[in-house]
Design a protein around this ligand. Structure first.
Ligand code: BTN
Length: 246
């Protein structure tokens, strides 16, 4: 159904493609764009996202957020839960989330999420949710990735096609977004804590020049990360979290 999903052989970035579409057409909430490759795939923090043809998943989903930009942080966390749940449904074990929304399997990153938000004058916002899932990363590309990574092929024994994986993940994301728009993050906090790879561990949060150290205590109702130090819990909305060396 072209009103709901589209599949393309190659685009610059599926996020940019949807953002561009939005300038001229009205898209249905939940519209999903799947591409076989990206020539300008984007990661968070201005990094590029390696997007070779036919080996991984590059998905973007349009989702309007009537409640506006304040809830965007929560939305990106909700999507992380959905991608994790999809991988778990496929049979993957040791699936976890690194705040705000990196998906890890056994300590290696398997999927990343990039949410682009455009604020509208009426206070609402329009979100383009980009999801990249490593399915069968070519070694030549994997060598260029500057962090520990894994893919579906390394974790499961080939019983799923890329289409099936895409379908399962897309379904989970739509379900979770629908729930999020109805109820917010509150009902999801417990699940997030279960999947949080850093919960109750000693972490450091890097925010530009500033470093905060403490114990990770999960997330608050808006999706901010909670870090405890000196018996005091403080919430942070940004930064790069990592484990603190013992
Ligand atoms: C990250 O840095 O972890 C986020 C990676 C997001 C990659 C996906 S692939 C589909 C969509 N289009 C993009 O250009 N980026 C996202």
């Amino acid at each position: 159904d072209p009103q709901r999903i589209a599949v393309k052989p190659v685009v610059g970035s599926t996020n940019d493609e949807i953002k561009n579409d939005l300038l001229s057409v009205t898209l249905n909430p939940g519209y999903g764009l799947f591409s076989e490759a990206q020539t300008a795939g984007r990661g968070r923090r201005g990094k590029s996202w390696h997007s070779p043809f036919g080996s991984n998943l590059y998905i973007s989903i349009y989702w309007p957020l009537n409640e506006g930009i304040n809830r965007a942080m929560g939305l990106s966390l909700a999507v992380g839960i959905a991608v994790a749940e999809g991988l778990i449904e496929l049979g993957m074990e040791d699936v976890g989330l690194k705040w705000p929304n990196d998906v890890y399997v056994a300590g290696h990153k398997i999927a990343g999420i990039l949410v682009d938000i455009e604020s509208c004058y009426d206070g609402s916002a329009s979100c383009v949710i980009g999801i990249g899932v490593n399915v069968n990363m070519p070694d030549s590309v994997g060598q260029k990735i500057d962090q520990l990574w894994t893919d579906v092929a390394k974790q499961l024994t080939g019983q799923w096609s890329r289409n099936e994986i895409a379908g399962v993940i897309y379904r989970h994301v739509i379900e979770q977004l629908t729930l999020f728009s109805a109820e917010g993050l509150e009902t999801m906090r417990k699940r997030w804590a279960e999947l949080d790879v850093f919960i109750n561990r000693s972490v450091k949060l890097l925010m530009g020049e500033r470093i905060v150290q403490g114990t990770c205590r999960g997330i608050d109702e808006n999706g901010a990360i909670l870090i405890e130090s000196d018996n005091n819990i403080v919430r942070y909305f940004g930064g790069e979290i990592s484990l603190r060396a013992a």
